[in-house]
Ligand binder design. Structure first.
Ligand code: G4P
Length: 536
């Protein structure tokens, strides 16, 4: 099947060798375990460390994840960079909790493809579906990894059917499990026609994998797979070859087809194949939409956008790190870039690239890479940085919050302090803040209920602020536009009781309920109401 390999080996082309991706999964499907194994295969962490960490009932995690662990909740996006067989991977971790957050969405704007992890016993779950829909908005190529096949699982054909019918994605199995649960013997690699089997030495945490390169023709097959199971495997393979379409890299890259890897992150099955699949099939850095045109990664001038700001990485230093995805050009340390929003130059003298175990100084970076830029609050989510041209990357929106709450301070003397804290956290995307035109309380807007707990915890821990939340009389918010901007001004004037300003000073219409919103929309035919706002 070598014709299906889009990129056999990346060679010396640093852009072509980049694969920037995220893992999407419902909590508990095995995202952390798979991340750990990908890093292990990529040589970014060492087995000894992982085993030790496991002994302490902790997994090997990046420094950032440790911070999250201390906080007890996953609030940030971490970036892991590793190399494997000539490819350079950037793995962006998406927050794994139940809530869909803006943070997750924005992380997905910074990747070129995704790996969707399913629990083999459960198939598609609610969070998988939500995250998948975000990926689909961007026609993102998806590789599916069906995890935990070493446990009792659903029938693999059933799982393929579910992916195909609920997500409208054509499925092509890349490998096939030989038995499941207690009878699990390994996987048949359909692309390479090899067998990867459970070895005899199965006591270790990282079990032995025996590879039979001649697949089913290898005379040793019988030593590993009982006759009945072998017959079933042959039958399954025949069925797959008859029923599944051939793998088509273009269809995958356009987001219509998904290669499906069955495996066990815990037992190392399918992980190596998945990494190879990512290298061969996943797209290199894709052109990015901007206000001027699509920006090709091979354009010479450096451009990038900030998709995440993390404040208070270190409690002793009020520093922030802006995460910039490089979209074009060859970035070198010390380069002067312009923040398009303010027109101000920024010298990037101490950028960081993220590795699993430490943050090291980046001397250079290529499109697809993520650079951490320490700053004192000048850089915001959505900011474009460029070397020359005045353009703005698009598609990194604010979302209309689904929950609006008034913030009440237990100590009213700390109002100024609260304002600064809320602005900080709004910059990180933890919350949105609105200042009503009438009244003095701040209103926070959130996309999911868990963010409320995160907000309260971080205000207490990092800013020493005790706050309570009260139900605001509003249920939803909309940004506004009109052909003639004076119509918006007039609308704002006439509806002052329902107007607040967002963090950038843009007016927002706050509606008490869906009925009021729809009534106002009908009544105000010159105004367009938006559930998202492009960041300016
Ligand atoms: P998440 O990040 O998606 O939430 O999932 P995570 O990796 O934490 O995995 C959730 C649980 O599933 C963990 O068990 C993990 O060990 C287990 N798991 C992950 N991959 C596999 C697999 O391939 N096979 C099997 N059998 N189990 C797997 P736990 O008991 O919650 O945690 P732990 O005590 O093992 O760390």
């Amino acid at each position: 099947m070598s014709e299906l390999l889009a990129t056999e080996k990346p060679g010396a082309d640093p852009i072509g060798a980049r694969r920037t991706f995220a893992i999407i999964a419902h909590p508990d499907a095995g995202k952390t375990t798979l991340t750990e194994k990908l890093l292990l295969f990529g040589g970014a962490i060492h087995l000894a460390g992982a085993v030790k960490a496991r002994g302490e009932n902790r997994r090997a995690r990046s420094d950032w994840l440790k911070i999250e662990q201390q906080r007890g909740i996953s609030v940030s996006t971490s970036v892991m960079n590793f190399e494997y067989e000539g490819w350079t991977f950037n793995l962006l971790d998406t927050p794994g909790h139940e809530d869909f957050s803006e943070d997750t969405y924005r992380t997905l704007t910074a990747v070129d493809s995704a790996v969707m992890v399913l629990d083999a016993a459960k198939g598609i779950e609610s969070q998988t579906r939500k995250l998948f829909e975000v990926c689909r908005l961007r026609d993102m190529p998806i590789i599916t990894f069906v995890n935990k096949i070493d446990r009792e699982s659903r029938d693999p054909f059933d799982l393929l059917d579910e992916v195909a019918s609920t997500l409208a994605l054509e499925c092509v199995p890349a490998n096939w499990p030989v038995g499941m649960g207690h009878d699990f013997r390994g996987c048949y690699d359909l692309f390479g026609k090899r067998l990867l089997l459970v070895g005899k030495d199965n006591k270790n945490l990282e079990p032995e994998v025996v590879i039979l390169d001649n697949g089913l023709d290898d005379p040793r097959v019988a030593d590993y797979i009982p006759e009945a199971q072998l017959a079933k495997l042959r039958e399954d393979i025949e069925l797959i070859q008859g029923a599944c379409p051939a793998f088509d890299v273009e269809a995958y890259r356009q987001g219509h087809m998904t290669p499906v890897y069955f495996g066990s992150a815990l037992k190392n099955f399918g992980v190596d194949e998945l990494l190879k699949g990512l290298g061969r099939f996943a797209p290199p850095p894709r052109p990015q939409p901007s206000s001027a045109r699509m920006i090709d990664p091979r354009e010479k001038p450096v451009t990038g956008f900030v998709f995440k700001v993390q404040a208070n990485m270190d409690k002793n230093h009020r520093d922030r790190v802006a995460f910039m995805r490089l979209c074009s050009g060859h970035f070198k340390r010390g380069m002067k870039l312009r923040q398009v929003r303010s027109g101000k130059p920024i010298t990037v003298s101490n950028p960081t690239l993220f590795f699993a175990r430490d943050r090291s100084l980046a001397e250079e970076a290529w499109p697809g890479d993520i650079i951490g830029i320490p700053n004192h609050g000048t850089l915001r989510v959505g900011d474009t940085l460029t070397e020359t041209e005045d353009l703005r990357f698009t598609g990194i929106p604010n979302f209309a919050p689904e929950i609006l709450r008034r913030v009440r301070l237990s100590d009213p003397m700390k109002a100024k302090h609260l304002q600064r804290a809320l602005e900080d956290l709004a910059e990180e995307g933890v919350t949105q803040v609105f200042r009503p035109r009438l009244g003095s309380d701040w209103i926070v807007g959130l996309v999911g209920p868990l963010q409320l707990d995160v907000l309260a915890a971080r205000l207490a821990e990092e800013y020493n602020l005790e706050v309570g939340f009260e139900t605001a009389p509003y249920e939803t918010a909309r940004w506004m536009s009109a052909d003639d901007p004076r119509d918006v001004d007039q609308f704002v004037e006439q509806n002052r009781a329902n107007i607040a300003d967002d963090r950038d000073g843009a007016p927002v219409y706050l509606a008490r309920n869906a009925w009021e919103l729809s009534y106002t929309e009908k009544k105000s035919d010159k105004i367009r109401f938006h559930a998202t706002r492009e960041r300016s």
